[in-house]
Ligand binder design. Structure first.
Ligand code: PBG
Length: 327
């Protein structure tokens, strides 16, 4: 062995920030980020969410301002979640033209137009008094097909209020087909569907249920959301949704399902979203508040990991802040 020095030196390309930037395989751009926002009916001041420091339930007015802020930061999109003042068994407020999310969609549309993409989460759990994502049968199970009729009406109401994209998150079988048919029939052929195709029954949604006031009153969502051990099943869900007319698909949560993100990205060629959910946000915020993790580095590292796994867009509560930082 004559050579006493290694010939291959990967470190050569890591020496300066400029070299590292030149050879970076992925990047996180502001346009990749979608900001989830909560708007609550009947409040006069934004309400903080204890388990999501920095995130609030907006008033209609504060939502408008936050939407402008997101546009100025350059985020790729916004996704709205409504919290009605009154809930009932069928989630009547979800498709009421005067319901909170429809009003908020109109407000935001009037304010920002097409400056960023305006999406609406399409589900019933924020609107039902029992907190499930669909209507119930007499024995208290979520009734798939009766729920599809509700989703169809909600889609049309959200489209009428100006949503560019509707995003069904309830994991009912056939939801994309039902929504596509309803939108087309009502003349909204240009409204796109971002399907929460592979949404897992995850403990990481805990803080969201405080934010959206939608913890199920009984039982859980395991009978409709996906079981954490299954990844092949996620591919089946994604393929079904594309077949039914989904324009883009989503994996959710992100961090604990990065393998699923990668497999979906390798398998299908429609835009792929991943949702960095409330619990992912809360874990980092809590550790950072204790001085245990470097918050800013964690935000960039987790977003980079999700992009590296193959997501085109990332739904994240840090969207506006991260977009500013990355601009
Ligand atoms: C259901 C919905 C949930 C989230 C987004 N849409 C909650 C659930 O399924 O319990 C969770 C988002 C998050 O945790 O950040 N409408």
């Amino acid at each position: 062995m004559g050579a006493s020095f290694p010939a291959a030196r990967p470190r050569r390309l890591r020496r300066t920030a400029a070299l590292r930037r030149l050879v970076a395989e992925v990047s996180v751009r502001p346009a990749n980020l979608v900001m989830p926002m909560f708007v609550k009916e009947g409040i006069t001041e934004p309400q903080p969410i204890a388990s999501m420091p920095g995130v609030v339930q907006h008033t209609r007015d504060s939502l408008r301002k936050a939407a402008i802020d997101g546009v100025e930061a350059g985020v790729g999109g916004l996704i709205l979640f409504g919290i009605p003042a009154v809930k009932d068994g069928r989630g009547s407020a979800a498709d009421d033209p005067a319901g909170i999310v429809q009003l908020a969609l109109r407000d935001v549309g009037a304010e920002i137009g097409d400056a960023t993409v305006i999406m609406a989460d399409l589900c019933l759990d924020e609107y039902t008094d029992h907190g499930h994502c669909g209507v119930l049968t007499a024995v208290g199970e979520v009734d798939n097909d009766a729920t599809l009729e509700r989703y169809a009406d909600i889609a049309v109401a959200q489209a009428a209020a100006g949503a560019h994209v509707v995003a069904p998150s309830g994991m009912m079988d056939g939801q994309v087909a039902a929504i596509r048919a309803a939108l087309d029939q009502a003349g909204y052929t240009d409204v796109a569907i971002l399907a929460y195709s592979a949404k897992y029954a995850s403990a990481l949604y805990g803080p969201f249920r405080d934010a959206a006031e939608c913890a199920p009153r009984f039982g859980n969502r395991a009978a409709y959301q996906q079981d954490p051990p299954n990844a092949d099943e996620a591919l089946r869900e994604v393929l079904l949704d594309i077949d039914e007319g989904a324009d883009a698909v989503m994996v959710k949560p992100a961090l604990t399902y990065l393998d699923v993100v990668r497999r979906v990205a390798d398998t299908v060629h429609v835009p792929l979203a991943a949702y960095q959910v409330s619990g992912e946000y809360a874990m980092v915020e809590a550790a950072a508040a204790n001085g245990w993790l470097d918050r800013d580095r964690m935000i960039i590292e987790t977003l980079t990991a999700i992009r590296r796994a193959g997501a085109d867009m990332v739904l994240t509560y840090w969207a506006a802040e991260a977009a500013r930082h990355l601009a």
